[in-house]
Structures are given as structure tokens and as C-alpha cells.
Design a protein around this ligand. Structure first.
Ligand code: DC
Length: 225
């Protein structure tokens, strides 16, 4: 029996992970955060002293020795880099930028593509990222493109980091976000863009509850069709 796949794409801070997590719980689906996989590789580059914006070959050289795994716990998805749980460390602002830089490298993308597709073959999933509807799961039964203004996305991310006790300032967060928006949408391979058959949802000015409700209605309707 084929699995039911929901793809959620959109820029950083649009609320993808929070909304997808709540919806997955409600629907009994597994939630897969693919950004965390790119973050694990970004972290591996930082640890190896490699600048992924400048030295693509050095990142490619690291790849055979990088193993990324995910598992699920009560508190959500865990990400492992060569067996080490890096779920917290990958959220640091420097790792966000490194993740966006490594994600421009074709060898990095193809390494993660297999992992992402193999998970979606086994179980019903809500998978979020940048290229899920366009490249990873083009046959997903429902594709959502979630967006919000850059100002609002930066404010949400800033608050999230403050709540986690991670030191940062709003202007820096906004600058990083604008950098990632440009990087992620202008790269040659699998750029961030809505799939032709996606539903575009703008969450600017909406609370989390309103956004989750809106998405859940769309998902439930589609499952019944
Ligand atoms: O979703 P996130 O902010 O945790 O993702 C981190 C970076 O990884 C993001 O800037 C771009 C990249 N990414 C990607 O290229 N493709 C995906 N499917 C998911 C993330």
C-alpha cells in the first residue's frame, strides 16, 4: 500500500516545523524535518574548520565520513551526526548559515535525497524543507508552500532563540534570514520555489493556532478526497 505524503516547503521562519509537528500529531503521521539533516552536515563542516561558502571541494571530501541519521522521541525528531546526538547544537545561528551554504552543493543534496525518500516510502509523513514538493516527493498527495513576511519570520526566529537561551540580536537574525532566503532561492539545484501544484499559505499576521487550524482543514479535506 502506498503511503500518504504531505510536503511543506517555504522560507526559514515561516512556521513550517511548528505547524507540521502539530498537524502530524493530530493526523498520526511521522514528521520529518529535512532542514535538520542539512544542519548536521553544516555542523560537520564547521567542526572540520571548512568554510562551506568558499570551499565546496573540502565539503565534498568530508561527505564519505559523514553519517546522518534521524530518530523520533517524545520530544520530537532527533538528529545524529556519526552517532552523536546533535539535535540542540544544530539550532545555533552559525549552523543555520552553514546549512544553507552546504545545501547549494549537489553532492550534499543527493546524499540526503535517498535518506528522505526512503523514510517516506515506509510511513505516512509530513515532510518539511525547501524542495520537498518539487524534488524529494513530487508525487506527494498534498503540497503546501508556507510563507510570511521577512520581518515577521525574523521576529519569530528571534523569539524562539531567546526562549532557548541562545544569545542573539534581532538585526543579526534578520540579516541571516535575508541571506538564507537569497541563497536558498537563487541556487541552481533544487531552489526554494512553490511546486506548480502547491497551495500557497501566507501566515503573516496569523497566530500559530490559526495557522495550524487552517492547515489541518486543508489536510483533512485532501485525505477524504
Ligand atoms: O529548515 P531549516 O531552516 O532548518 O533549513 C536549514 C537550511 O537547509 C536552509 O537554509 C536550506 C537548507 N535546506 C534545503 O536546502 N533543502 C531542504 N529540503 C531543507 C533545508
Amino acid at each position: 500500500m502506498s503511503t500518504f505524503k504531505i510536503a511543506i516547503d517555504g522560507p526559514a521562519g515561516a512556521g513550517k516545523s511548528t505547524i507540521a509537528k502539530s498537524a502530524a500529531k493530530e493526523l498520526g503521521f511521522v514528521y520529518i524535518d529535512t532542514g535538520a539533516m542539512y544542519r548536521a552536515i553544516g555542523l560537520a563542516a564547521i567542526r572540520a574548520g571548512v568554510d562551506p561558502d568558499k570551499d565546496i571541494q573540502a565539503v565534498e571530501k568530508l561527505l564519505p565520513d559523514i553519517k546522518v541519521d534521524i530518530s523520533h522521541s517524545k520530544s520530537g525528531q532527533l538528529v545524529f551526526l556519526n552517532g552523536e546526538d546533535v539535535s540542540t547544537e544544530i539550532r545555533l545561528p552559525d549552523v543555520s548559515v552553514a546549512a544553507s551554504d552546504v545545501s547549494r552543493i549537489p553532492a550534499v543534496r543527493s546524499k540526503l535525497l535517498d535518506l528522505q525518500r526512503s523514510i517516506a516510502e515506509k510511513t505516512d509523513v509530513i515532510m518539511d524543507g525547501r524542495d520537498i514538493g518539487t524534488v524529494v516527493l513530487p508525487d506527494a498527495q498534498l503540497k503546501i508552500f508556507l510563507t510570511a513576511s521577512v520581518e515577521e519570520r525574523a521576529m519569530r526566529r528571534y523569539r524562539e532563540l531567546c526562549e532557548k537561551g541562545i544569545e542573539c540580536n534581532f538585526d543579526e537574525v534578520k540579516k541571516d534570514m535575508a541571506y538564507r532566503d537569497k541563497n536558498d532561492s537563487e541556487r541552481d539545484i533544487a531552489p526554494l520555489k512553490p511546486a506548480d501544484d502547491s497551495i500557497i499559505v501566507d501566515t503573516t499576521g496569523k497566530t500559530l493556532e490559526e495557522s495550524v487550524d487552517m492547515l489541518l482543514n486543508i489536510m483533512k479535506e485532501r485525505r477524504e478526497v
